[in-house]
Design a protein around this ligand. Structure first.
Ligand SMILES: Nc1ncnc2c1ncn2[C@@H]1O[C@H](COP(=O)(O)OP(=O)(O)OP(=O)(O)O)[C@@H](O)[C@H]1O
Ligand SMILES: [Mg+2]
Length: 267
């Protein structure tokens, strides 16, 4: 294993990542600041990015930092649900056993949100991850579930997160009413070329590397070109590059190693 070879305490590119160690790129910081804003305004927020750019990771950091006395997070990534199942899952996450009929569940959900916000002073935060797979029926119902006091107040935060297909779905005229209610939105673009270098060395520092300059500048350039700044790919490629360098008894990773690693992991 390359960890021992490079004197690392653990694999710094593993997906097991403590919230405190999440790298705050320009992209992530911008997203968090927009989410901070929606904490005050409430309502719908749309988050998009291609796969592996860090949507779920930053949402995890954001929700982990919310004061549980003021916010109740209901996270759902089961988006390929029927409307009934969707209602059920939200009611369940709000802490009650769902009623049988759809209309009862609808009322139950609205009461739960209402009571949480107005009685308990706790804002429910619904995170609908993988939202690109939400059915048309669920999208159509969303604005009705979250219609309070004749649509004059937002006693909730609902974050709709997914790949750019969700943006396309929301552009359909049938979803216009929901789209108009989105008060905040952000599209993540991943790590910049400069950030890749900073990211790699910060991960190596975290893992206690004696040498944080294992990757040459040309290797970083290749990492950027191959990953397009997508963190999941950067991690996979960086770990594969270290494995490759280790197997060849090299102390550094150059662009040729990254190229080889890229071929090794190609599916
Ligand atoms: N800010 C970050 N700091 C460190 N690692 C990160 C960060 N963001 C993402 N990663 C790494 O990249 C991987 C993919 O990130 P994440 O699951 O958040 O992407 P995603 O945009 O939600 O992808 P998908 O659309 O496939 O669900 C994570 O498992 C984590 O290892
Ligand atoms: Mg995700």
């Amino acid at each position: 294993m390359f960890t021992q070879y490079f004197g690392l305490k653990f694999n710094p590119f593993s997906k097991e990542l403590d919230e405190k160690d999440i790298y705050m790129s320009k992209d992530s910081k911008e997203l968090v600041s927009r989410l901070e804003y929606i904490k005050r305004t409430k309502g719908f927020f749309l988050l998009t990015a291609e796969s592996g750019f860090g949507k779920t990771t930053v949402l995890r950091k954001f929700s982990g930092a919310l004061n549980p006395g003021l916010f109740k997070v209901c996270y759902s990534a089961l988006s390929s649900l029927t409307v009934m199942d969707f209602y059920r899952s939200l009611v369940f996450r709000m802490g009650e056993t769902p009623a049988y009929q759809k209309i009862r569940m609808f009322e139950q959900l609205q009461r739960l949100i209402y009571d949480s916000y107005y009685e308990k002073k706790v804002t429910p935060v619904f995170i609908l991850d993988e939202a690109q797979s939400l059915s048309g029926g669920v999208l159509e119902d969303l604005r009705m579930i979250f219609n309070f006091k004749m649509d004059s107040e937002n006693p909730f935060i609902t974050i709709i997160a997914g790949n750019p297909n969700i943006r396309r779905k929301l552009q359909l005229s049938v979803n216009q009413a929901l789209r108009q209610r989105i008060t905040g939105n952000y599209h993540m673009t991943g790590l910049s070329r400069v950030e890749i270098g900073d990211y790699i060395s910060s991960r190596l520092v975290l893992a206690g590397a004696p040498d944080t300059k294992i990757f040459t500048d040309a290797a970083l350039e290749s990492l950027f070109a191959s990953s397009g700044g997508a963190l999941r790919l950067v991690n996979t490629l960086a770990a594969a590059s270290l494995t490759c360098a280790c197997s060849r008894n090299l102390n550094a990773v150059d662009e040729e190693i990254v190229f080889q690693a890229d071929r090794d992991i190609e599916i």
